[in-house]
Each structure stands twice: as C-alpha cells, then as structure tokens.
Design a binder for this molecule. Structure first.
Ligand code: ZN
Ligand code: ZN
Length: 185
C-alpha cells in the first residue's frame, strides 16, 4: 500500500436525500475503529444498472462494481451508503457487501430503518445500526472475516435483531487481526 492512500472515503449514493449528520456519525466511528482519517465525499451521479425489476431490489454486487470505477486516488478504502434495498442472488436481502481484503464496500439503510414488524425504527437505533454495518463491511475490506463472538461487530447479522445484539466494536481478537494486517501493509 502506498502512502498516497491516506484515508477512508465515505459517500452517499442513495436516491433520497442524505440525513443530516448521519455520515459524520459513521465517520467518527470508522476513524476510531480503523485508525485512519475518513472523509465524506459528495458524488452527484448514481448507479443506473443495478435495479432488478423482478425482485424490486438493487444488486449490491453491481453497485459495488460501479463504486469501484471511481475511487479517489488517495483513498485507502471506500464505503458507499445507499437507501436502495440490496440483494445478492442467494439471499432475500443483504445489509451490505464488501470485497474481502479489497477496497470497497456498500451498505444499505433500507432494512436498518425498519424493525422486524415492518415499523420504522427510532432514529438513534437506526443510526447505531448503520454505524455497525459500515464498520462491519469495512472490516471485511481490512481482511477481517466473520467472528464467532456475538458481541463483536464482525459477527454475522442476518436480521436487525442480530445487528442490535452486537456492539459497534471489534473484539480483542479481531483488533489483533487488524493490527497484524496493518503491520504487514
Ligand atoms: Zn459480513
Ligand atoms: Zn471479533
């Protein structure tokens, strides 16, 4: 990795407007967790080929591919956040997708805003979920795999309840993994 790659880039690529201070909250937590500065980048274009009319959802893989076509030269990692409901073919939905040990990740707010009964979630809870899922997907880009500890942010979440159950932080073991990876460059 070159020294040019200095920061983690966060960008909103949703169809609706971005909530005020939402990205700042993600930024703070990402910086604390990974030890790199994060920057919020404004982009005006949106992916156009990711919508699947049969499923009425968006392909996370296609969105991720689109995001990776335009990464700032000095960005070490990039996380795109969207309000589109994401899927991969084998699952009903995904909260996000990331390249393991790669550069990019995408996270969706769509399912995190709702409780299991379909009712909207209070804003603080929604924001906490979003922070966790952004840290989780970014963790994958830093080569972290799923963790067996349910409190660790790298544990796998298939439902919002599982997101709520975990903390926003890496467990000791995952922190050690991260440090070892970073030491290798
Ligand atoms: Zn994961
Ligand atoms: Zn862990």
């Amino acid at each position: 990795m070159t020294t040019l790659e200095s920061h983690i880039c966060l960008q909103w690529i949703g169809n609706g407007r971005v909530e005020e201070e939402m990205l700042d909250q993600v930024k703070d937590h990402v910086e604390r967790t990974f030890g790199f500065p994060a920057r919020i980048r404004q982009v005006d274009v949106r992916p156009t080929d990711a919508f699947d009319p049969a499923r009425y959802q968006y392909s996370s893989t296609k969105i991720l591919r689109w995001v990776l076509q335009d990464v700032p030269l000095d960005a070490k990692k990039i996380v795109a956040i969207t309000d589109c409901d994401l899927f991969i073919p084998v699952l009903t939905f995904v909260f996000g997708e990331a390249q393991l040990g790669g550069k990019g990740a995408v996270v969706s707010t769509a399912r995190l805003r709702m409780n299991l009964n379909g009712l909207p979630t209070p804003r603080n809870l929604f924001r906490a979920r979003l922070v966790k899922e952004c840290v989780h997907e970014l963790g994958h880009t830093f080569s972290l795999v799923h963790c067996h500890l349910s409190r660790c942010v790298m544990s796998r979440s298939n439902t919002v309840l599982e997101v709520d159950r975990k903390s926003g932080n890496l467990c000791r073991e995952c922190q050690d993994h991260l440090k070892r990876r970073q030491a290798k460059g």
